[in-house]
Design a protein. Structure first.
Length: 93
């Protein structure tokens, strides 16, 4: 189980903190140079989903784009980071 924090506060072992730290490491930037995570996803909702699925054996998987990367979070708290693929859009004339 993850340690509890007050709303809006992150501890080093939360999924959201892991995401920000890993994206920073991947990009070579400081965590302070990244956009706020809440611009991409609701951090409290993400933590609640992962925490609630920890004990239930749920096969939860959440994916979203953050700071130019595709972030995938599994039910067990595993975080995968990869460069987001640019989607091309075409329009018919």
């Amino acid at each position: 189980m993850r340690s509890s924090t007050t709303p809006g506060e992150s501890s080093p072992d939360t999924v959201t903190c892991t995401i920000v730290q890993r994206v920073a490491a991947t990009t070579g930037r400081s965590i302070y140079q990244l956009p706020p995570l809440y611009d991409a996803i609701d951090p409290d909702a993400l933590e609640a989903l992962v925490d609630s699925s920890d004990s239930g054996g749920t096969s939860l998987s959440i994916a979203f784009d953050y700071a130019g990367h595709r972030v995938t979070v599994s039910a067990d708290g595993t975080v995968r980071i990869r460069t987001a693929e640019r989607q091309s859009t075409t329009s018919a004339l």
